[in-house]
Design a protein around this ligand. Structure first.
Ligand SMILES: *[C@@H]1O[C@H](CO)[C@@H](O)[C@H](O)[C@H]1NC(C)=O
Ligand SMILES: *[C@@H]1O[C@H](CO)[C@@H](O)[C@H](O)[C@H]1NC(C)=O
Length: 348
């Protein structure tokens, strides 16, 4: 089950190759399952995707999300605020962009082609909206780059997307430049939010006033930013993502090799010193491992392995994964688990 760590990356895999690789290595349970059962589950997944995608397109598009009970689009500002959750909504047809790579993976080529055309004609990125840097990175920048990657693959196949001229990549770069101002802090850790049109300019744009961010928020940037840099040849994105990761690594608690849950982006002090593998930290670990797989840089694997050993030593209390304090890792910080940590056992 642990072969993925020892993988020797001969070449940098493309994003779709990476996706398949990750699916292959994290879903090894599938091998033990009878093939009828696999087919039944596979068809069920496709059916669920079709249901969600069709209803989004029919009832919500171009809004960011479908509201499943009223079956209407959720437009930010027109519905009662749900707080931080709404920071994912940038009036950029979030669900459509987020679905591009899935359409291609599920071999829905005609739908993929139509969806790319919709993104190119309908989506604007210069909205006067404050968005979460983390959510916009993983879902919109990641969606555009995954879509670009798939579009290039199909174009090379010679039968689809022959009209495609890297427009999704140009949009991705435009979006990357809109996220960059968030990284203008003395630590290099990004502000958690940015205004898509105005960047980070203080209270007038409701940005630039935060002091803290979560570890996952700062540590879940490298895959998209490195891919953007490698696709465009502009190193600035990857440099910013690496700087933020280097800073988090430097700030790990040196005795326990654990990181806290929230950190001050100006002073670099831990604000919440509890540590787990769920909400607030989860994808920091995920991205360290995947950065190694995508980029082939041993540094990321070494860091992952050191954190992993600490997690197994202190946080893993079979059958539970429980938060501890980074300075006193034998002291539990809580007695329950959150849903987001469910990915962790599959990471091995
Ligand atoms: C993908 O779909 C096409 C028809 O649209 C079909 O010919 C092809 O066999 C499918 N590929 C796979 C791997 O299922
Ligand atoms: C970074 O922030 C400083 C103020 O803290 C500002 O003067 C400068 O223009 C900003 N730079 C960029 C590239 O946004």
């Amino acid at each position: 089950m642990r072969t993925v760590w020892g993988l020797s990356p001969v070449m940098m895999p493309s994003l779709p190759q990476l996706l398949l690789l990750l699916l292959g290595t994290t879903c090894q349970l599938g091998l033990a399952m009878p093939s009828e059962e696999r087919h039944r589950l596979r068809n069920q997944v496709v059916e669920m995707f079709d249901h969600a995608y069709k209803n989004y397109m029919d009832h919500a598009y171009p809004a960011d999300e479908l509201m499943p009970l009223t079956c209407r689009g959720r437009v930010r500002g027109l519905e009662p605020s749900r707080g931080d959750v709404d920071d994912a909504l940038g009036k950029f047809s979030l669900t459509l962009i987020d679905s591009l790579d899935t359409l291609a993976l599920l071999n829905k080529t005609a739908e993929f082609e139509a969806a790319v055309r919709k993104v190119l004609t309908d989506v604007r990125l210069d909205n006067d909206v404050v968005v979460s840097v983390f959510e916009t990175n993983i879902r919109v920048l990641g969606g555009l780059l995954g879509g670009h990657s798939m579009a290039v693959l199909l174009r090379e196949g010679g039968r689809h997307m022959l009209w495609y001229q890297d427009q999704l990549l140009h949009m991705a770069k435009d979006l990357g430049l809109r996220l960059l101002p968030a990284f203008n802090t003395s630590s290099g850790l990004p502000y958690p939010r940015v205004n898509l049109r105005h960047g980070v300019q203080g209270p007038a744009t409701r940005t630039g006033t935060e002091t803290d961010t979560c570890t996952a928020c700062a540590g879940t940037i490298i895959l998209e930013f490195a891919a953007l840099s490698r696709f465009t040849g502009d190193p600035v994105f990857e440099e910013h993502a690496r700087r933020a990761l280097d800073f988090l690594w430097e700030k790990r608690q040196r005795n326990s090799n654990l990181v806290g849950t929230t950190i001050n982006i100006h002073s670099g002090e831990w604000v919440r010193r509890d540590s787990g593998v769920g909400a607030g930290i989860d994808s920091y670990y995920e991205y360290l491992l995947k950065a190694y797989i995508l980029l082939g840089d041993d540094l990321f694997l070494q860091r992952f392995n050191i954190h992993y050993a600490s997690i197994m030593k202190y946080i893993s209390q079979p059958p539970l994964l429980l938060d501890v304090h980074i300075h006193k890792p034998l002291m539990p910080a809580r007695t329950w688990m959150d849903s987001l940590l469910a990915f962790f056992p599959g990471c091995r």
